[in-house]
Design a protein around this ligand. Structure first.
Ligand SMILES: N[C@@H](CCC(=O)N[C@@H](CS)C(=O)NCC(=O)O)C(=O)O
Length: 200
């Protein structure tokens, strides 16, 4: 498998999960401004959506959209328990979190990267985002991970997007459970290895 990624982008989540699962993979860096890969390919020919993450399977199929990629990977090694089995209520609960992280947290923080947005619009986005942080905090105050059963793909995703708060000067200590969560996930060997591999 090939994971097309950009350093510190949302592709870090499947990168962490590939390492958690000890699956063989190749990392291919994408320059998001030129849409060229480090290997000289036209990224738009691989993923016409033009964004990371994209996962190319051994048969050539390309899978996109973080929550889909994460679930595909987790299901390759169900014994690792990074996602409850399909067809269970717990799997739907996981999908509920993946969707929340994708639309409310990834989506919200993602808008803040847009340099064309005026400050008052960014302030409104932050106000909404902080309400979502309170919701996350309510769960993470009573358990270490989003899912009661332990570390899952949703945690890899949440960790990845919450890291961006540093870029915008948002101090996660305002939501202590979120700060503790970031520190906890940051200590995982898979996370350390993924960050080291992307740090170029
Ligand atoms: N809906 C996509 C969004 C992916 C996304 O936002 N990718 C960003 C990096 S975190 C990107 O590559 N943006 C570059 C662009 O849109 O041109 C997903 O959930 O995977």
């Amino acid at each position: 498998m090939k994971l097309y990624y950009a350093p510190q982008a949302c592709s870090l989540a499947p990168h962490i999960v590939l390492r958690e699962l000890d699956l063989p993979f190749e990392l291919v860096r994408v320059d998001n401004s030129t849409k060229q890969t480090a290997t000289g390919e036209d990224f738009l020919a691989i993923n016409p959506k033009g964004y990371v993450a994209a996962l190319q399977l051994e048969n050539g199929d390309v899978l996109t959209e973080g929550p889909a990629i994460l679930q595909y990977l987790a299901d390759l090694r169900p014994e690792a328990n990074l996602a409850p089995p399909n067809g269970t209520f717990e799997r739907v609960r996981l999908q509920e979190w993946l969707n929340f992280v994708s639309t409310e947290i990834h989506g919200g923080l993602g808008w803040l990267f847009n340099s064309q947005f005026p400050d008052d619009v960014k302030a409104l986005i932050k106000e909404k985002l902080f309400k979502r942080f309170v919701v996350l905090g309510q769960t993470l105050e009573r358990q270490d991970y989003l899912m009661a059963g332990g570390f899952s793909i949703a945690d890899a995703y949440l960790f990845t997007v919450l890291r961006w708060t540093q870029v915008f000067g948002i101090d996660l200590n305002r939501w202590p459970a979120l700060m503790r969560f970031q520190v906890r996930i940051d200590q995982r060997p898979s996370v350390k290895a993924a960050l080291a591999a992307e740090w170029v």
